[in-house]
Design a protein around this ligand. Structure first.
Ligand code: PMP
Length: 313
């Protein structure tokens, strides 16, 4: 334990530095000079510089009963949990956030939308977790993520985030560098999406969705260990149970994926989307005939509050 004198010395250095960058300054952006007041918190936030932030993705749907902000409470609860896991303050009331999200949709005249809440750290150039944060909600119109197409996927040369370097069940901004690198690499190679593996070589997820594979009429999906166990994944597992479809959560390898009959991804933004191929392996079972297609239809009915009706996707 360092002496009190030494600790006081360090604290005074940190406080001095904090005052330095918090005083108003001129900041440069894209050829223009601005007051740091105008560029505000974001330019000096630990979120921007160090990936110390947390975010969510929520979908809203037009239904016969009005707008359905699908599982909004669960998303804000996960946002709170993500913040708590990294010690970023989360001091908002979740019910209020849900109400404010409906208001935001209304102010933007949005119905079928994607909502992106993000908690950012206060301006702070130290590496010590800021004790103040801000929440921002954005929303924009959203229909189909991949336009109904089946996806061509490849394995990523980037590994999934390592649970020993940051909490991976948290939707933390810094964790998403590997997603950006992976999907960008996939696109450069002519694929639509990347499938990542963990440090043991087991399948984890795509850049932003969970994966299910189908073999001999059963579904398999990676265990919760080294993935974001998504809200959609949980919904799919529940729906499968109700439909008497067996779902087995286990470690899966890239070889398992290459040998499988069919596969799909699921997530709030992508909903359920079938895979056409992985690398040079075309899945032999047509997606339309797979369990993924059945779950896709049922999922759509759930989000649209049409439990007893079929919809055409
Ligand atoms: N994995 C990753 C890496 C994600 O970013 C997401 C999207 N949040 C998911 C899985 C799916 O999660 P959810 O179903 O909760 O959207």
């Amino acid at each position: 334990m360092p002496s009190i004198k030494r600790r006081l010395f360090f604290y005074s250095v940190i406080i001095k530095q904090m005052i330095n960058y918090k005083s108003e300054k001129v900041i440069y952006r894209d050829g223009e000079f601005y007051s740091s007041k105008d560029l505000g918190i974001v330019a000096a936030s630990q979120t921007l510089h160090y990936g110390f932030g947390a975010f969510e993705g929520i979908r809203s749907y037009q239904t016969a009963n009005g707008i359905n902000l699908f599982k909004a409470k669960e998303h804000f609860e996960r946002l709170k949990d993500s913040c708590e896991q990294i010690h970023l303050p989360f001091e908002w009331n979740i019910n209020q956030l849900v109400k404010d999200t409906y208001k935001l949709l209304s102010k933007n005249k949005l119905v079928n939308a994607y909502i992106r809440p993000i908690v950012i750290a206060e301006a702070d150039m130290t590496m010590v977790n800021s004790n103040k944060s801000h929440i921002i909600l954005m929303a924009w119109e959203w229909n189909s993520y991949y336009g109904g197409e089946l996806l061509k996927t490849c394995f990523s040369s980037y590994e999934s985030r390592n649970p020993k370097s940051s909490p991976i069940s948290a939707k933390v901004t810094g964790n998403y560098l590997s997603s950006v690198l992976a999907v960008s690499e996939a696109k450069r190679k002519g694929f639509d999406e990347a499938i990542l593996t963990d440090m043991h070589g087991y399948l984890t997820e795509s850049s932003s969705a969970n994966i299910f594979i189908e073999n001999d009429g059963k579904l398999y999906t990676p265990k919760e260990e080294n993935i974001i166990a998504g809200i959609t994944r949980k919904t799919i597992i529940q729906l499968a149970k109700e439909l008497d479809i067996e779902v087995i959560e286990k470690n899966l390898t890239p070889e398992d994926l290459k040998k499988t009959d069919a596969a799909f991804l699921c997530g709030t933004a992508v909903e359920i989307v079938g895979l056409q191929l992985i690398e040079n392996h075309v899945f032999p079972l047509a997606f339309a005939d797979s369990l993924g297609a059945i779950l896709q239809r049922v999922y759509k009915n759930i989000v649209l509050d049409k439990l007893s009706f079929e919809v055409i996707i």
